[in-house]
Design a protein around this ligand. Structure first.
Ligand code: SAH
Ligand code: SF4
Length: 379
């Protein structure tokens, strides 16, 4: 296990911020670039392994910065290849991250908060309450900890901010992490390999897209304010007209376009939002907005009153959209057997150091899940 020190973490800093920090320490700019590339291009997490630096500088950096903010404490393997890990911060707060390997790509589902304050009615994270925002280093470290769990040559090719928390309520740290993910001297991800999902924090969407041209996903889930007010309580502050109006305004500035459509997530809940009338209303609402719709039959979890619709109902709902030539895909849940599917991430509340933490196993069992393989992470 990595040791964690109470020093400022170097992974909190984008390249510009690191250059500034190094300048303050009397170190030249190229040193910042060298260390940044060492961290993210070469994946070296300990200064003493950066052998292109003098021993003196390595020692100075070691006593000035922490490099690790999360330890991996438990790993779960699903029958379908999905891997969920529990990652623990220095204050014992725990989050979950999920790897989804597919033939052509490997996606990492990233968390941005411990818990979530928005309390969406069908979401396990929303039910656990809000603990705190993740730091930039904790967002970035999810890639380090999770790629260590991949087989052989596999790399994480795509990042989706669809884990625990609402990214736009932690925007400064999310943007700084995006700078590290996108920087050619950092992880060098293409911006279209990164998707940020929001439940609709309207005033922050523009700020995000201005700072980083990543894909935007919006969790819509309903076609009337009446229903959305219940499913996504944030709708009471930012109702549908305001949300969709802002997306139309973003189109005028080409932050949303045919080439860069909005991905709408629509979690289907039996007898709540799954009628053909809903599908027709959805088409009306999105008229003129370049859109792709991702339909997700709800993943049940303990304490949730919602159930997924029948295959027939899913088919009918999607049929209405497809006939109108709306691009629509069905997201079948992955990792449901290890409670790693959308909205099932809610392993724990805060644990004080003394508490014996409730294990993921218990959480997963509470979610009516069976665990396939469970191991303690040794990396
Ligand atoms: N807070 C952000 C991102 C995390 S949630 C957001 O809400 O967009 C990622 C996606 O999973 C969201 O679309 C969310 O609505 C969906 N989701 C939450 N709980 C779910 C559940 N039980 N079944 C299916 N999808 C769920
Ligand atoms: Fe938070 Fe997203 Fe869950 Fe809503 S769906 S409670 S915004 S994590």
């Amino acid at each position: 296990m990595h040791s964690i020190k109470p020093l400022p973490n170097i992974k909190d800093l984008s390249l510009d911020a690191l250059r500034e920090k190094f300048a303050g320490m009397g170190l030249p700019r190229y040193r910042a670039d060298q260390v940044f590339q060492g961290l993210y291009r070469r994946g070296i997490e300990h200064f003493d392994e950066m052998t292109d630096l003098s021993v003196e500088l390595r020692e100075r950096l070691t006593s000035s910065f922490a490099t690790v903010s999360l330890n991996c404490v438990e790993v779960f393997h699903s029958e379908d290849g999905t891997v969920k890990a529990v990652l623990q911060a220095h204050d014992a707060a725990r989050i979950e991250a999920v790897l989804i390997p597919e033939p052509e790509r490997t996606t990492l589902c990233v968390s941005t908060q411990v818990g979530c304050p928005l309390e969406c009615d069908f979401c396990a994270t929303g039910k656990m309450g809000f603990v705190r925002n993740l730091t930039t280093a904790e967002i970035v470290d999810q890639v380090f900890r999770m790629r260590a769990l991949l087989d052989g040559e596999r790399q994480i090719t795509n990042l989706v901010f669809m884990g625990m928390g609402e990214p736009l309520l932690n925007l400064p740290n999310v943007i700084e992490a995006l700078r590290i993910f996108l920087d050619p001297k950092g992880f060098a991800y293409g911006p279209r390999r990164i998707t940020i999902s929001t439940s609709g924090v309207v005033p922050k969407i523009r700020e995000l897209l201005d700072a980083a041209p990543v894909n935007l996903a919006v969790s819509l889930h309903a076609t009337t304010d009446e229903v959305r007010d219940v499913l996504v309580p944030l709708n009471r502050r930012f109702p549908l007209a305001l949300l969709l109006g802002e997306l139309r305004a973003l189109m005028r500035q080409e932050l949303v376009s045919k080439r860069h459509p909005v991905f709408f997530e629509y979690t289907l809940l039996a007898d709540v939002n799954d009628s053909e009338a809903d599908a027709h209303r959805l088409l009306q609402l999105l008229r003129g907005i370049p859109s792709k719709i991702n339909v997700i039959p709800v993943n049940p979890h303990a304490g949730s009153i919602y159930r997924p619709p029948s295959e027939d109902a899913i088919h009918r709902f999607m049929g209405v959209l497809a006939r109108a030539r709306m691009p629509v895909t069905l997201r079948r849940s992955r990792g449901a057997d290890i409670a790693a599917a959308c909205g099932q991430l809610a392993q724990q509340k805060i644990h004080s150091q003394k508490d014996s933490p409730k294990t993921v196993k218990q959480a997963a069992q509470a979610a009516d899940a069976t665990i396939d393989t469970h191991e303690v992470c040794e990396k």
